[in-house]
Design a protein around this ligand. Structure first.
Ligand code: DTR
Ligand code: CA
Ligand code: ZN
Ligand code: ZN
Length: 446
């Protein structure tokens, strides 16, 4: 195995180190005494992820299409289009301060390449990985399969750099070669990882086909913690998910799973047909494949559903921030109200108030908002958090397809620009006729 590594400039490292020092000081600060009597936060709470710009993700797809057009129409293993794709991704990551490594291997008589990018910092003994295969089949550009996953992982990695994120875990991103020949690149990576290094990987998240034109929303049913992060996120935006049942062994998470590393991932479907029930749930066309251009020459930039690509990119960022920046939901200082507030059917918004006092400074970047709203057809509901100064933070959008009952969820909001003390409000509006309900309780955890 040969590999070459590019390290960030010293400036980037110093900047990362400086931000790390500030972040550590912030974590060591002890919250002021408060009238509430709960425990202190025992570990850094997970931070809220930024929105991943769809335009950024699609710009990478445009590049992958151009590369295929200029290299015989594909980005397949052993062809010039694959290495050109890898060089494009690597250049973006090097410029963003990543330490990149190209890992070379041979498959079917041709040289293959994996690209691994490490974000400097974080606990080297707790490595959170996210990856996607970068190769296409020989018959086409492979924009959904798997330019979509590659672009979503790349834009998430660039968002980490834009945020100068200082996660508690060490973040590592990977783009695999020769997946279409049998998961060759990812198998090679895991097989050549010393057991001591494998043991440090706390989880691997895989994205393979996440922008299918007739999309479903499938979550891998592997590691429960990773699966929950994704399912909670989708619940928060009112989109139902199904567990991915055809995925075992079908993509690059398999090599990690086979050595006992927790895995998870997202998938919008390939050649299987969307059922009528799924079309009712997700929209799109029943009786048609999730991706009619699977492994075909028509898998171009026209073969992408933007909403699915955007949602899965944002879901990945949420998972990286949640799993990478703190232990799940440590205890904090809780303020709660259990006063019921009726929600008028298809009517005006109502609010429920919570007074926070005795705190100093601003609310945290990881302010947790726990809501319990009893309401049939929860897709009718729009839910916002209103800060003491009236600033609104959208927690949940309405959805014409989410027919499930009740909104019982915890949302994380970056409220670091808001003063902690004051009257916070939960605002709920029922925006569709029929179905009624009420705010049962809600709470803020600082
Ligand atoms: N093997 C993938 C496509 C694929 C088919 N089923 C699943 C399930 C989960 C992830 C990916 C897939 C490919 O052709 O690249
Ligand atoms: Ca987005
Ligand atoms: Zn494929
Ligand atoms: Zn694929």
């Amino acid at each position: 195995m040969t590999s070459s590594t590019t390290r960030p400039s010293r400036t980037a490292s110093r900047r990362v180190a400086a931000v790390a020092a500030v972040a550590l000081a912030g974590l060591l600060a002890v919250p002021a005494a408060s009238s509430a009597a709960p425990e202190r936060a025992a570990a850094p709470a997970a931070l809220a992820a930024p929105d991943i710009p769809l335009a950024g993700v699609k710009a990478h797809l445009t590049q992958f299409q151009s590369i295929a057009n200029a290299n015989g129409g594909n980005r397949a293993h052993g062809r010039t289009g694959y290495r050109a794709s890898l060089d494009y991704v690597k250049a973006k990551l090097d410029a963003a301060g990543y330490t990149t490594t190209i890992q070379q291997f041979t498959s079917s008589g041709s040289t293959g390449y994996n690209l691994v990018a490490d974000w400097p910092g974080g606990d080297p003994d707790q490595v959170l990985m996210a990856g996607a295969h970068l190769d296409s089949v020989t018959s086409g550009a492979g924009i959904n399969d798997n330019g979509s996953g590659s672009a979503a992982v790349l834009e998430t990695a660039l968002a980490v750099s834009r945020a100068q994120l200082q996660p508690t875990k060490h973040l590592r991103f990977a783009w695999w070669g020769a997946e279409e020949l049998g998961l060759v690149g990812s198998k090679y990576y895991v097989a050549n990882l010393p057991a001591t290094e494998r043991a440090k990987i706390s989880g691997y998240i895989n994205l393979d086909m996440v922008g299918s034109p007739n999309p479903g929303y499938f979550v891998y049913d592997d590691d429960p913690a990773i699966e929950k992060v994704f399912k909670d996120w989708y619940t928060g935006i009112g989109v139902p998910t199904e567990i991915e049942t055809e995925g075992d062994g079908r993509s690059d998470h398999a090599a990690f799973k086979n050595v006992g590393i927790p895995v998870g991932g997202l998938f919008t479907g390939a050649s299987r047909t969307k059922t009528a029930a799924q079309a009712t749930k997700w929209g799109g066309t029943a009786g048609q494949a999730f991706d009619r251009c699977y492994h075909s020459s028509c898998d171009t930039t026209a073969n992408i559903n933007d909403t699915a690509l955007d949602r899965n990119s944002d879901a990945l960022a949420h998972a990286v921030w949640t799993l990478g920046t703190g232990d799940p939901l440590p205890p904090g200082e809780v303020y709660e109200t259990t006063t019921d507030v009726a929600i008028p059917d298809n009517g005006a918004a109502v609010t429920s108030s919570l007074t926070v006092s005795g705190r100093t400074g601003n609310a945290p970047a990881g302010l947790r908002v726990g809501v319990d709203i009893k309401h049939t057809w929860r897709g009718d509901l729009v839910v916002d958090l209103l800060a003491p100064d009236g600033t609104a933070y959208r927690l949940k959008n309405s959805s014409s397809s989410d027919s499930a009952d009740n909104v019982i969820a915890t949302y994380t909001v970056d409220a670091s620009s808001e003063t902690a003390n004051g009257t916070w409000r939960l605002r709920v509006q029922d925006v569709a006729a029929q179905d009624t309900g009420y705010i049962d309780s809600w709470k803020l955890t600082f």
